[in-house]
Design a protein around this ligand. Structure first.
Ligand code: ZN
Length: 114
């Protein structure tokens, strides 16, 4: 067993911030008790491509600041995916109205203008 500093498991898993007992920044557990996954673990893996597991030996907490950023980033990511779906749906709709040749002509024209 290696010699870990006593507070190793109390640092934020994402930014390594640590504050002592008097710190007001609450550390949030990544995993719910006795569960293999949680909303936080899903967001970390999906948005940051960092693998977390309740059985890994790394810190199992994140700071409030990182949790907030993760929430905002997750919301932004969902917005961009929704926008992408809406654009594709619009393209299909436009395609069905005017036929593929005319729409692809418009796309090429607008791409060239940008
Ligand atoms: Zn943090």
């Amino acid at each position: 067993m290696c010699n870990l500093p006593p507070k190793f498991h109390s640092v934020c898993r994402l930014c390594l911030s640590f504050c002592g007992d008097n710190c007001s920044d609450v550390k949030l557990p990544i995993f719910d008790r006795d569960k293999d996954k949680s909303r936080l673990s899903d967001m970390i893996m999906a948005n940051l491509s960092i693998m977390v597991s309740p059985t890994d030996l790394l810190p199992q907490v994140v700071c409030g600041s990182c949790a907030h950023k993760l929430d905002e980033f997750h919301t932004f990511r969902e917005l961009t995916h929704k926008s992408e779906r809406l654009l594709e749906q619009f393209l299909q709709y436009a395609n069905s109205l005017s036929g593929p040749k005319e729409v692809s002509y418009h796309i090429k024209t607008s791409t060239l203008l940008l």
